[in-house]
Ligand binder design. Sequence first.
Ligand code: ADP
Length: 259
Amino acid sequence: MPSNEGIVFFMIQFNKIAKIYNRKYVLKDINLSFKKNKTHVFIGSSGSGKTTLLKLLAGIITPDQGELQVFGHEDLRSKDYLSKLGYVVQEGGLFPHLSARKNILLSLKNSPMKPKEKNEALIHFTRLVHLNEYLLDKYPHELSGGQKQRVGLIRALIRNPEILLLDEPLGALDPIVRADLQTELKDIFQSLNKTVFFVTHDMNEGAFFGDSITLLDNGLVIQNGTFEELVRKPKNDFVTKFIKSQLSHRLVQELAHAP
Ligand code: ADP
């Protein structure tokens, strides 16, 4: 059977994308293709351009050069495209004057679901992310950073979006909740066939989630590939240094020499 993988699955295309702020390139010559229904990690040091890439995908900003296409959409500000997105920013991005519950239900405003179904979905996702139900009636200023992040996650997941954009969504969580949630989120992404873009600066998290990893530095893509490719066939010393600085030496050696 002829393979049409290239046509069907590379649904997200960055073509010579650049973004300029204050006459300085913060993203330059970005050429990337991503498959549908996979988790793609953007990783790099602070200021490397990860969030800017995500904001382009979220339709919040537009490129100054190049073209970006997602699932056939070229206008990433169209209602049709935005309805397919779930976007989680650091600390949840909640409305301060609304309770957690109202923040979440707001994202179902145009949903055909009945109130009872909305409430069931709310409880389902609240349990899934290990948030105590009584916190749903608190306002954002009464919640910790990690709690706000989880409310933000519920708000994105409950709409069952095709594309999830997650900007360091687990950054403010304590290690045990974080490890639990990593496992559960990965299951959700896989079982529900989500296309996920995940920003992190943590290579352990990147390796855990990423079907592909894009390593950025200073607005440039240094390497894009699987975690194994980055370890075994690093494009340059920066890639090796970045990985080694975050993972144990033994693990890197094992991966590099595994059959
Ligand atoms: P990261 O997410 O990797 O930490 P960002 O994508 O947020 O990095 O930022 C990349 C670069 O772009 C940084 O130097 C940042 O200061 C700059 N930048 C981001 N947004 C703006 C903006 N709205 N105005 C000016 N500079 C910006």
